[in-house]
Design a protein around this ligand. Structure first.
Ligand code: AMP
Ligand code: GLY
Length: 428
């Protein structure tokens, strides 16, 4: 493959993919960025193509038709479907884990067994495929208890149950296949952990990796972290929650054992490993592995990288050793997700979005759930519609810029949290 004047194809349609597209576009190695399927806002900036990303043949046909040099897979579903394996077979270089490695996200039961086998700290758990032993185990658990559908469930498969009745019902519905289909045919029953959550992103190539800035997501829909869980209402990076010394300790207790364990188990992990951590009074514990960039975390992590990301992604895709570090700006970034009122339950779609011609210094608008109508206006098309991203010399400045941008964008049902970063400001 050529490594200049590259044509890069990004697979996916959210804020993560818009951010990846902008990052690729800024690389001197990249001549053209294509996104499939993309979204309304992405299509105003980049060439987009309508394909079914869950169909590997469609990804391959597009990559061939457009003669792309490099494919970056954004979401977990195509990774778990073996999109990277399929592209590799066709000699098309692709970033992301192969199907076997993607199992780390695709099966929570598998990832828990992996953590236990390699003595990596995580919540106590058991996996079940049958209702009777699951209910017997539940009766021995302290409350609250966490019940998880093992398979992919678009972030909805985790139930924190405060009483035995609700936990039993969750287990029965999952295992009977009525709540999460195939994804619920195996469940993980897990100890409830208390603490603050942090997102650790690594770009990996086997046992070599680079660490990206530690970020924090805001999963609850309401201010003060109240209300229903969402895909993420905002994020910031870096966080003082994890000092440099703590990160070094986490690399020893979590990152290295994970990458060494994968290798021992015959898994060549290439791509993004996003480790969801719970920082408990007994130390950090792995809540989950994701095998792709987090969203909205990507929206604040990538603007902080101070060198060309593309060579790292290419080296990872090729399985080459990565440099030990990546240059990170001494700045902060913060994203406020502009959602449709009602999200994560029911919410309106199809509302026209107005945005400024140019954005305030140190900010940009990322499109997530948007599309074009017949007049080519950008309209809302999802629960999380946009990401107002601000960056600057400190978190305060990043926040001010992000919120200034929030005010300049409008659509009828615009809803956003006014307190993104609130825990971090208490740490100053
Ligand atoms: P997961 O997809 O496994 O990360 O779970 C989604 C969210 O559920 C996490 O980000 C946590 O907020 C919460 N969660 C998952 N597992 C636990 C646990 N064992 N204890 C407390 N909260 C959890
Ligand atoms: N921000 C959570 C995720 O991407 O899974």
């Amino acid at each position: 493959m050529k490594e200049e004047n590259m044509k890069v194809l990004i697979i996916g349609s959210g804020g993560r993919e818009h951010t990846l597209a902008k990052t690729c576009d800024n690389s001197p190695l990249v001549e053209k960025v294509l996104v499939a399927p993309g979204n309304g806002g992405i299509s105003k900036e980049f060439s987009t193509f309508v394909i079914d990303v869950e169909n590997n043949d469609e990804i391959i046909s597009l990559a061939k038709q457009e003669q792309v040099d490099f494919v970056i897979i954004g979401p977990e579903v195509p990774l778990c479907n073996g999109a990277v394996d399929a592209l590799t077979k066709e000699n098309i270089l692709a970033y992301g884990p192969n199907q076997q490695a993607a199992h780390l996200e695709g099966s929570k039961a598998f990832s828990k067994d992996f953590l236990a086998k390699h003595n990596i700290p995580t919540a106590a758990y058991e996996n079940f495929r049958e209702i009777k032993p699951a209910l017997e185990y539940l009766s021995t658990c302290t409350l609250p208890v966490v019940v998880k559908a093992s398979g992919l469930a678009a972030g909805k498969g985790v139930l924190i149950c405060t009483n035995l009745d609700s936990a039993e019902n969750a287990v029965k519905e999952m295992l009977a296949g009525s709540s999460f289909g195939e994804s619920g045919k195996e469940v993980v029953i897990e100890e409830f952990l208390e603490g603050e959550e942090a997102s650790l992103h690594l770009i990996c190539s086997g046992e070599s990796y680079v660490t990206l800035p530690m970020s924090q997501d805001h999963k609850k829909v309401g201010e003060g972290d109240t209300g229903l869980n969402t895909g993420g209402m905002g994020a910031y990076a870096p966080t003082r929650l994890v000092t440099k010394e703590m990160l070094t300790a986490y690399e020893e207790s979590i990152v290295r054992p994970t990458l060494t364990g994968l290798k021992k188990d015959g898994i060549d992990f290439r791509g993004t490993l996003y480790i969801g951590l719970m920082l408990t009074v007994n130390g950090p514990k792995v809540l989950e592995f994701n095998v792709r960039f987090g969203d909205p975390e990507t929206q604040v992590i990538l603007p902080l990288i101070d060198e060309d990301l593309i060579p790292f992604l290419i080296q990872s895709a090729k399985g080459e050793n990565l440099p030990q570090t990546i240059e990170i700006k001494k700045e902060s970034a913060l994203v406020v997700v502009l959602a449709s009122e009602g999200y994560p339950e029911s919410y309106p779609k199809g509302e026209i979005i107005t945005q400024p011609e140019s954005f305030p210094t140190g900010s940009h608008l990322i499109h997530a759930g948007t599309r074009l109508n017949d007049n080519l206006d950008v309209i809302s098309a999802g629960g999380r519609v946009l990401g107002a991203v601000g960056w600057g010399e400190n978190l305060e400045q990043a926040k001010d810029r992000a919120y200034e941008l929030c005010d300049l964008v409008s659509f009828k049902s615009k809803y956003y949290r006014k307190d993104i970063g609130h825990k971090e400001f208490l740490r100053y």
